[in-house]
Design a protein around this ligand. Structure first.
Ligand SMILES: Cc1cc2nc3c(=O)[nH]c(=O)nc-3n(C[C@H](O)[C@H](O)[C@H](O)COP(=O)(O)O)c2cc1C
Length: 208
């Protein structure tokens, strides 16, 4: 897979609880100078509004502008893609970034990805990354998991997909919700190979 920018990634927000994880991850990837192709499901828009008070306008360009204003980030590095934008680079193995994260990832999106549905751009982009043997990380959030959820995640895991439940630890002694969010985002960035200093590393700066 190739992409004009060597540091490019696909990020999808889906309709699981955990919108702040996705926003913080987006902020960190942009700060690390990644070109980010952002895909937002309809349910993710509802969750963003419910959990974060962020009401995104419906069109991709308007949503991009709203996110740039919200995060106060560089507009050039963020591309918001529409759910039926089949001409987006992320829709083809010839152009898609090698890495993709779905954060937060709903149980519904897990099921669709596990079965190769490719019925919207998020599902298609995930299918492309898998078929091109790239890195796909799903930050799944649901509780409890049904047997079906577990079967779908097991299936994807055997295909090399990283299943990373949105389950922050407490051993870094979080003081704020932001500390919990950063714990998850730090682990995701570690898996992507993106340098981060969001939380102290175990065994180094650990608070005793
Ligand atoms: C506020 C809110 C929170 C939700 N939380 C979850 C959740 O944590 N996990 C989940 O699997 N679905 C959750 N859902 C339901 C999904 O949004 C729904 O199944 C949707 O169809 C998922 O579609 P998507 O994967 O295309 O975004 C939530 C919905 C709303 C409105």
């Amino acid at each position: 897979m190739t992409n004009k920018s060597s540091k490019a990634i696909t990020l999808a927000f889906t309709g699981a609880s955990g919108a702040p994880y996705g926003l913080r991850l987006l902020e960190c990837l942009l700060a690390a100078d990644y070109q980010v192709y952002l895909l937002i499901s309809s349910a993710a828009r509802v969750v963003l509004a419910t959990e974060h008070g962020l009401k995104l306008p419906s069109g991709p360009e308007a949503a991009q502008q709203a996110l740039v204003a919200h995060l106060n980030c560089d507009a050039d590095k963020l591309v918001v893609c529409g759910k039926d934008d089949w001409f987006s680079p992320v829709a083809s193995g010839s152009a898609a970034p090698k890495q993709m994260v779905v954060c937060p990832c709903s149980a519904g999106s897990v099921a669709a990805i596990a079965h190769g549905m490719s019925d919207n751009l998020i599902e298609r982009a995930a299918d492309v990354v898998m078929k091109e043997r790239g890195q796909l990380v799903l930050v799944v959030r649901e509780t409890p998991f049904s047997t079906l959820h577990l079967e779908n995640m097991h299936k994807l895991s055997t295909m090399g997909v990283t299943i990373m439940p949105a389950a922050p630890g407490f051993y870094h002694q979080p003081q704020t919700i932001e500390d919990l969010i950063d714990f998850m985002v730090a682990r995701i960035l570690d898996h992507l190979g993106v340098e981060q200093g969001l939380v102290p590393r175990w065994g180094y700066d650990h608070r005793g």
